[in-house]
Design a protein around this ligand. Structure first.
Ligand code: C2E
Ligand code: CA
Ligand code: CA
Ligand code: CA
Length: 280
């Protein structure tokens, strides 16, 4: 659509309208994408420091659209969340990731059992039967509960309804709970005594500036102290350089994730670190 006038307000309205239409279109295509198998999961290693052994992998979704090519989750997860399809898509993600993790165990791709981390959105977590779904998927795939990590955000947990109880139920099943993007939301610290949490995933924004002089490392240092003090593990997200990894280790971090150690790939290499282009 073309704005007739030079008015910024008018142009903005037209752009919003275009965007709303594009999102509605995308939302409709999500249904077909699920039915015709256009989604794939890729897996990014989470490694121990300083030896860079793979201890778990995070499942991340990719949409291979027949015309538009690869669409990133930031561009469609919010749309799926909005139109509710995330519930069905999320169930597919959970089943696929758990089934895949079991094949790694049995094929000896890894000498130790691989834990798989699955992202769960606010809407999924608010579903009254989400914990039942997880229990069913574990039974169906044969994955043991302690090899599954569910990643939730503070905002998702605080969305209300069943969410807090669901996190407790999942933990009761033996599933580990990770707080994603830790440090970026609201009431981060308060949440830690409201729900059982096992892992803090320290957001990339705190890792990005860690090797700069001055006050940049203060928050990353405070967050590892919180984790240690509460007996939780902490994963530093978005580690892109050897310098960042070394500095994180010096500050006390023992787990990390990021392009420096491996990009998300269809078949992670459990014996070495994968530093390759995303292929799937
Ligand atoms: P997230 O859960 O925080 O996932 C980490 C994101 O950071 C991933 O982006 C990953 O590819 C990217 N990343 C990892 N290491 C680095 C690095 O060193 N540098 C940079 N620049 N980026 C790095 P991705 O896969 O595009 O996912 C974006 C977000 O979409 C995720 O953020 C998550 O919120 C959501 N998402 C992805 N997959 C799923 C899913 O299966 N279910 C749900 N509900 N959300 C998902
Ligand atoms: Ca995540
Ligand atoms: Ca994250
Ligand atoms: Ca994020």
């Amino acid at each position: 659509a073309k704005a007739q006038t030079g008015s910024h307000v008018r142009r903005y309205a037209v752009e919003l309208d275009d965007r709303a239409r594009a999102e509605a279109q995308l939302g409709a295509e999500l249904r077909a994408a699920l039915d015709t198998g256009q989604f794939r999961l890729v897996y990014q290693p989470i490694v121990s420091l300083p030896d860079a052994r793979v201890v778990s992998v995070e499942a991340l979704i990719r949409w291979h659209h027949p015309e538009r090519g690869l669409i990133n989750p930031v561009d469609f997860i919010p749309v799926a969340e909005q139109n509710g399809l995330i519930v069905e898509l999320g169930a597919w993600i959970l089943r696929t990731a758990c089934a895949q993790a079991v094949t790694w165990h049995t094929s000896q791709a890894s000498s130790t059992p691989v834990r798989v981390s699955v992202n769960v959105s606010a809407r999924q977590l608010a579903e009254p039967d989400f914990a039942d779904l997880v229990a069913e998927v574990l039974a169906w795939t044969g994955l043991s509960a302690h090899n599954l990590i569910i990643e939730v955000t503070e905002t998702a947990v605080f969305r209300g309804g069943q969410s807090v109880q669901t996190v407790k139920d999942l933990h009761q099943l033996g599933v580990r709970i990770a707080l994603d993007d830790f440090g970026t939301g609201h009431s981060s610290l308060g949440l830690l005594h409201t729900v059982p949490v096992d892992v803090l995933k320290v957001d990339k924004s705190f890792v990005d500036t860690i090797t700069m002089a001055g006050r940049h490392a203060v928050i990353a240092t405070a967050l590892i102290q919180v984790a240690d003090g509460l007996g939780l593990s902490a994963v530093a997200e978005g580690v892109e350089t050897a310098e960042q990894a070394a500095e994180l280790y010096r500050l006390g971090y023992r787990l990390a994730q990021g392009y420096h150690f491996g990009r998300p790939v269809a078949e992670p290499d459990f014996h070495g670190t994968v530093i390759a282009a995303e292929t799937a």
